[in-house]
Structure formats: C-alpha cells, structure tokens
Design a protein around this ligand. Structure first.
Ligand code: ZN
Length: 259
C-alpha cells in the first residue's frame, strides 16, 4: 500500500497538470457512475491528507484511496488509448491522461462530507500547518502499542509499514510500548523525525530513512535499517532483525536497539 509521500506526489501531479483545467472524467469500467457529475468541470484543487487524495472539482470533491490494489497510470499520449483492464476512472485534460485502477475508494463528497472525513484523520507530517499536539495527545491517552498507533490514520496520517518500522528504529523505541508509556518528548521527536524524513520521500519518490544513505540512488538493500531485513544483522548492533505480525501487518525491529 502506498504511504503518504506517494499520495502527495500524486496530488502534486494533479496540481501541475490538471488544476485550473476543464477535465473530462469518465469511468470506462462503469463502477464510478458518478463520474458524469464532474465530467467537463474544472479541477480547482488537488490535496493529499495522508493516504487520501482529494480532487476538488467545481460541483463536488472526489475522494480517492488506493488501498492495497489501487494504482495510477499517468501518461501524455499522442492519441487517447483504449482503456486497458478495469479503469475505474479516467481523467483527461490538456493532453494529459490519468487512469485509476482498483482503488478502495473513489467517491464524490459534498463540502460537509469532506470536512467530516478530514475531522476523522490525524495530522499529516507532510502538512506544514498540521498540529503535532493532536498526535501527541492521542498517543498519550492510549494503551495501544506505539507500533499500532503509528499505523492508525486517525492518530497520524500517511505513515505505512516502511516509515513505521524505520521511525521506531531511529527512535530506539520498542514497537510494543503502549502509547501512554512513551515519554512525551519521545513522541514529539517521532513526529519531528517524520516531518524531516517524509518530504524527502515526496521529492525523490523513495522512502529514505538511513543516515548517510539519503540519496535517491541508494540501492534498495542499503536503504533501510530494519524494513524487510528480518534475519539479517542489525546495522547498529549486529543483533538479528526480528519480524512478527502486529495487527495483521508485518513488523520489523531490532530487539536489542529497540529493547
Ligand atoms: Zn540493533
């Protein structure tokens, strides 16, 4: 599943190539029949909050969540190609084409519904206006593990499995620690670390989390401290990296550095 930085990149693509334009919107697959309500209207704004993308058309706001299987395909074709596969939504403007396949959500919202969705989402470290306190206070009140809280989009928006694992390692924090037992300054430092790291993800398209390896050309097997490194030696202490399931998602950590 894409993490927040990918969705912010998609929002930037829409801002650059579609915003301010009259956009032709269709649903070749037919499952997004409301497409006709925004077809031929102007895209006013594109915005990402965590893993959610909001495309504000004049008549309504389109909410898209890719989920596990959703994918975008952006092209600039000479001629409009026939849709391949199950294209839920197709956007065409100014020679640009965006095809959306397999999203979990692709639905129109009124302004009021949009605000309700926003209210349910935790602050997004990629939003310069986000308020860290909402995150810090939710963590401080919760008996749920910090490993699960980081993945809870109502607590913090945009963190997925990779950033979760890497942020916790960088904080030397055991993923099983209940939120309320994590010192406040450590929770604040986690937030600030996400604020520092995630814009690099937006800029490069890669989740760069390892000191000294913050370049986009860093090879995949050198990029992370713990993510997908189960059974390999920890880069800091040599202990073997652990893997387990936490709330159905794979969790990677060093039981020595993150004791
Ligand atoms: Zn270690």
């Amino acid at each position: 599943m894409p993490e927040g930085h990918t969705v912010h990149r998609t929002a930037n693509h829409f801002k650059k190539n579609f915003a301010g334009q009259i956009v032709s919107v269709s649903s070749p697959q037919g499952r997004f029949s409301d497409s006709k309500l925004i077809d031929g209207s102007k895209l006013i704004e594109a915005k990402a909050v965590g893993k959610q993308l909001f495309l504000q058309f004049e008549p309504a706001i389109l909410r898209i969540h890719l989920g596990i299987y959703g994918k975008w395909q952006f092209t600039r074709p000479e001629e409009l190609p026939e849709p391949k596969g199950a294209v839920r939504a197709r956007f065409v403007a100014n020679g640009q084409l965006a095809d959306l396949r397999g999203p979990t959500a692709c639905e129109l919202l009124s302004k009021e519904q949009y605000l309700q969705v926003l209210n349910r989402l935790g602050p997004d470290p990629l939003d310069p206006k986000a308020d860290m306190r909402h995150f810090v206070e939710k963590v401080a009140k919760s008996g749920v593990s910090i490993g699960q809280l980081l993945m809870d989009q109502s607590v913090i928006s945009g963190i997925g499995n990779v950033y979760r694992a890497e942020l916790l390692f960088r904080a030397n924090l055991n993923p099983h620690t209940p939120g309320k037992l994590v010192p406040r300054e450590v929770v604040e430092a986690l937030w600030l670390d996400a604020v520092a790291l995630m814009p690099l993800g937006v800029k490069t398209g890669f989740m760069l989390t390892r000191e000294g390896f913050m370049k986009a050309k860093t090879k995949k097997d050198e990029r992370y401290y713990v993510y997908k490194r189960e059974g390999l030696a920890c880069r800091e202490c040599g202990n073997l990296i652990s893997i387990e399931l936490m709330a159905t998602r794979k969790l990677y950590f060093c039981s020595s550095c993150q004791a």
